[in-house]
Design a protein around this ligand. Structure first.
Ligand code: SER
Length: 588
């Protein structure tokens, strides 16, 4: 049976048994306390707590879904036989419909009759934290003639809550034997009997003042990773030999290490789904997750001299294959392609220098690794992949700690600079206390667009923004460029900007759908997640026969360039390896 047939069989089986089929929710959950969707039950949380009514929304007390899930916690394991970042979770849910007996009987029937698989053993909750041993589940399994029933503790067989608070309860897990003769967990049946007004960590720590309350609508939440199930059903030794992956792995050159081939397929698949759900590469939160996946693949492209059409074909086939089941992905095919290409272009400018730098370094510890990340956008995984034994002692925790230290420092710096109060305007890039300051930073902001355009005209189109920071005194602009600028070059840039100001170009703002905005050729760098529509600012003649600069930007800007005044470069210096920094000001 093909993987897609197993998915469908699952949904049909539960539909036949009184469950309403519900489409997967987005990978970006509604719950702000959770970064990404990691389980099928997340979209159903309100039905257990009584905040929503299943009968009204689904015309049934039971639902079933095949949910898009993403687990960042497994990223370092990807490439082995059983771990993935993105995966599909099959689930059936009940909100006051059936409980332990119903859930276990349905699961047993699906595994043993529908799929004709053998259950090697099951687990039940041994009892702790005030919750009794799950004798009820034991009795049901025994009645189904399951002999091997193992008791486990709260860490393994007690689910939830996800996020800041929520439903939780004991679970029973089903194990089957894979082609290597190893028992793997296939299905997790959760009995949501309780509500906990705190996080899972607080629950495990038995935080005083917080207790498990009986849940308003006790119910069932089950989760079964489709890929693992298919591996068992198809008698494969690993996930990547199933028909869900094999055709994709096949597209990656055979001479590459098997682990690398798997990582590439996993990361491209995950990236496609993230982009389709609206994530854009950035340096923060979920945008940073996406950026890391994509950049790791691009680093492999560079290291193994893979022509880009290989990844492009892989992406195309993945979107095509999954677009049928997950319509959002199918509909966003063009966006997915455009985003991957744009991120590749952004990264290729610094990647080569970054790899060269890694090759020149004797060893790489967390501080060096963080500097590589700062200067070249090279993430932890890539450093590990490229530097190999030179980075043998580098561990993720230390790298993340460096990153956090830096973020904390820049936050404190920002607060000090602005006294932490009374800001009238703050986009992160420019800040102003009052109307006068706002006018000044707006002029400096427009000047910064002219600066980037002029640098590209004088030094070449490889130059691109790495950061910018505008205060009422000056603009500070960081850009990727490999050497110190000459006096002549600085003068040429300054002159070019002042002549653009003199021409009194019109500044126009156009709100465009993201894809159309990309097509205008506008520059867009290192921004956060882009919305569906974006503003494109153009500096040029009113009929656009002459365009001096065009960038994605949130504004604000002057309406005509003469409002900027006279532009003067104060200083050009190194910011970090491969990155130059210009400070400039304007005179009235
Ligand atoms: N929420 C449980 C899990 O993710 C069962 O669906 O394993």
């Amino acid at each position: 049976m093909k993987g897609s047939e197993i998915r469908q069989k699952f949904l049909d089986f539960f539909a036949k048994n009184g469950h309403t089929m519900v489409p997967s929710s987005s990978l970006l959950p509604d719950d702000p306390s959770v970064l990404l969707t990691t389980a099928g039950m997340q979209q159903f949380k309100p039905y257990y707590t009584g905040a929503a009514d299943a009968m009204r929304d689904f015309q049934a007390l039971n639902t079933t879904s095949s949910q898009k899930c993403f687990r960042t916690s497994d990223i370092d394991e990807v490439g082995d036989d059983t771990h993935l970042t993105f995966f599909e979770m099959l689930g059936n849910f009940s909100f006051g419909g059936y409980l332990k007996e119903g859930a276990i009987r349905l699961a047993h029937e699906f595994i043993t009759r529908e799929l004709d698989l053998k259950i090697s053993y099951v687990t039940i909750f041994e009892g702790s934290h005030g919750v009794p041993k799950d004798d009820e589940s034991r009795a049901v399994w025994q009645s189904l003639d399951i002999k091997d029933i193992r008791e486990e503790g709260i860490n393994d067989v007690f689910w939830g809550p996800t996020g800041a608070s929520g439903p939780c309860g004991p679970t029973t897990e089903i194990y089957c034997t894979n082609a290597n003769g190893k028992d793997v967990e296939v299905w997790n049946l959760v009995f949501n009997q309780f509500f906990y007004a705190g996080s899972r960590e607080e629950l495990l720590a038995q935080t005083p003042g917080k207790a498990l309350e009986p849940l308003k609508t006790p119910g069932v939440d089950t989760g079964m990773g489709l890929e693992r199930l298919v591996m068992i059903a198809q008698k494969k030794r690993n996930l990547f030999e199933t028909d869900l992956f094999a055709p994709f792995v096949e597209l990656v050159p055979h001479e590459l290490d098997e682990r690398v081939r798997r990582v590439i397929v996993d990361h491209i698949r995950g990236s496609a789904f993230l982009i389709a759900d609206g994530v854009r590469p950035s340096n923060k939160e979920v945008g940073y997750v996406l950026r890391r996946l994509l950049r790791r693949v691009f680093a492999f492209e560079e290291l193994y001299k893979m022509p880009v059409h290989i990844i492009d074909a892989l992406l195309h086939d993945i979107v095509h294959e999954y677009g049928e089941t997950y319509k959002d992905l199918g509909a966003k095919a063009d966006t997915v392609r455009a985003e991957v290409t744009a991120e590749r272009e952004r990264f290729m400018r610094t990647l080569k220098s970054g790899i060269k730098e890694i090759n020149n370094l004797p060893t790489i510890d967390a501080i060096v690794a963080f500097n590589l990340y700062q200067s070249f956008g090279i993430s932890y995984e890539i450093i590990k992949d490229v530097a190999k034994e030179k980075a043998a002692s580098l561990v993720r925790e230390d790298f993340e700690a460096e990153l956090q230290k830096h973020q904390e420092k820049s936050r404190q710096g920002a607060e000090k600079k602005f006294g932490g109060h009374g800001l009238m305007f703050d986009t992160g890039e420019l800040k102003a206390k009052d109307a006068t300051e706002l006018q000044k930073v707006t002029r400096l902001h427009s000047a910064t667009h002219l600066l980037q355009a002029s640098l590209r005209k004088v030094l070449g189109a490889d130059v691109h923004q790495m950061g910018s920071d505008i205060t009422v005194e000056r603009t500070r602009f960081d850009f990727a460029f490999g050497r110190k600028m000459t006096q002549d070059e600085l003068k040429a840039v300054e002159d070019l900007i002042n002549s653009a100001i003199e021409k009194d170009y019109t500044v126009t703002k156009k709100l465009l759908p993201f894809d159309d905005a990309v097509k205008t050729g506008a520059l867009y760098f290192f921004k956060e997640k882009y919305p569906e529509t974006v503003n494109v600012y153009t500096f040029g003649t009113p009929d656009e026969s002459e365009v001096f600069s065009r960038e994605f930007c949130g504004g604000p800007h002057v309406t005509h360039t003469r409002e900027i005044g006279k532009f003067r470069i104060l200083k050009e210096e190194a910011s970090s390896a491969g990155v130059r920094r210009i400070r400039a000001t304007i005179e009235p």
